[in-house]
Design a protein around this ligand. Structure first.
Ligand SMILES: Cc1ncc(COP(=O)(O)O)c(C=O)c1O
Length: 396
């Protein structure tokens, strides 16, 4: 049988990240590779209680088809939630999606044609790269430093690509680097988006998980011209299994999103929306976020202390003030796979940096996750990883 796939289907079945996560799933392997929240903090009992209430009081509505924009009960909850990000808005500016992943997908579908330019942080969230690529995107990567995307490089990218359709950014506790864009760069990014009339897709799954530094205003909260599309999700502050995300944008865009959403899956799971709305009514989400923040901070500190103790001189890393990831740069390594293999030989997994780049990669970089490894195990894993790094650096 010959399959005549569309251009959107990847040509190759090779899935390097999937393969890494498979290896990392081996119980013998200590994985710093995944990007999973700590499951021991999922509020199972509270979500069960919310679900019981929904079945007792609204069972029929929860099992019925619903509106593509989402249920009104959750809309108010999310309007309150985005207010924390400084976004004062109303129901006409919001649509629910099946996780931020679907928001990214619908955005790609709405804005991209074959060859359309998407400007991304280098490195960026690799699954967004996959989505945009499936819609024919051509990537222009903008270098970052510890203050986020470099604005002079962004302006050059915009001058060279005035037809760019999107700037995709994760300004706070970025995946994969854990870096946060400074306030002055946020303001500059908005000026540039306006000057070059390019839409900005602000992806903010991690912003609420902050243990250090000052909260910074979201791009959307400072957007006076409607250039920013904001995406949020319950995945990292409640549970990813609920698959609940939201888009905040100008009403004319929300109308388009709603039409695209309708053709994708009619609407986001009604039952999940009702349960989430009920969970918010019965519980204080901020208390729950505080628990997540405190545990991830503890794990991050253990990881950072172990890195300082064991990693060879010359290796640098980001210093996240929140979120779930940090980014490591090993000098003089031409092939990051060698690092991965050396770590795996010691039963430790990381994600090599390559797939996070839109085009040109920076060898010797990798991502580490701390949210999903128990405090008791982190130091030993970092120690073994340090031995692997040393071995690879010695071979240079
Ligand atoms: C930057 C970023 N955007 C979007 C997503 C997808 O999140 P969701 O579970 O809401 O689909 C993730 C998941 O890890 C992410 O890291």
């Amino acid at each position: 049988m010959t399959y005549h796939f569309s251009n959107r289907v990847p040509k190759s079945d090779v899935d390097p990240v999937g393969d890494i996560l498979k290896v990392a799933g081996d119980p013998k392997v200590m994985s710093f590779a995944g990007g999973l929240p700590a499951p021991e903090l999922f509020p199972v009992e509270q979500v069960k209680r919310a679900a019981d209430t929904v079945f007792e009081q609204k069972g029929q509505a929860a099992l019925q088809y619903g509106s593509s924009k989402g249920i009104p009960e959750l809309r108010q909850v999310i309007l309150d939630r985005v207010k924390v990000e400084g976004i004062e808005t109303d129901a006409d500016h919001v649509m629910f999606a099946t996780g931020s992943q679907q928001s990214i997908d619908l955005t790609g579908k709405m804005f991209l044609d074959e060859g359309s330019v998407v400007i991304v942080e280098d490195p960026t969230y690799l699954t967004a790269v996959d989505v945009f690529r499936s819609y024919g995107a051509r990537f222009v990567g903008v270098a970052m430093d510890e203050e986020g995307m470099k604005m002079d490089a962004l302006e050059l990218a915009l001058q060279d690509n005035p037809e760019a359709r999107l700037i995709y950014t994760i300004p706070t506790f970025q995946n994969p680097t854990g870096r946060t864009m400074t306030l002055s760069r946020r303001k500059r990014l908005l000026e540039l988006a306006e000057k070059y009339d390019v839409m900005v897709l602000e992806d903010n799954p991690y912003g609420a998980i902050r243990w250090e530094g000052e909260n910074l205003p979201s791009l959307k909260s400072m957007d006076k011209t409607g250039h920013v599309i904001y995406m949020g999700t319950l995945s990292k502050i409640l549970a990813p299994g609920l698959r609940l995300g939201w888009v905040v944008a100008e009403p004319e865009l929300i109308k388009k999103y709603t039409m695209m959403k309708q053709s994708a899956d009619l609407h986001t799971d009604s039952l999940a929306q009702y349960i989430a709305a009920e969970y918010f009514a019965q519980n204080d989400i901020n208390e729950h976020i505080a628990k997540i923040t405190s545990l991830y901070h503890k794990r991050e500190q253990i990881m950072m202390n172990a890195i300082d103790k064991y990693f060879p001189a010359g290796v640098t890393h980001s210093n996240p003030e929140g979120g779930m990831f940090l980014w490591v740069m090993v000098p003089g390594v031409n092939d990051t796979q060698v690092l991965f293999d050396a770590a795996l030989a010691r039963n430790v997994a990381i994600v090599p940096g390559d797939p996070f780049f839109g085009n040109e990669t920076i060898p010797g970089t990798f991502r580490m996750n701390y949210s999903n490894t128990h405090e008791d195990k982190i130091e030993d894993g970092v120690k073994r990883l340090a031995e692997a790094i040393e071995e690879v650096m010695d071979k240079k």
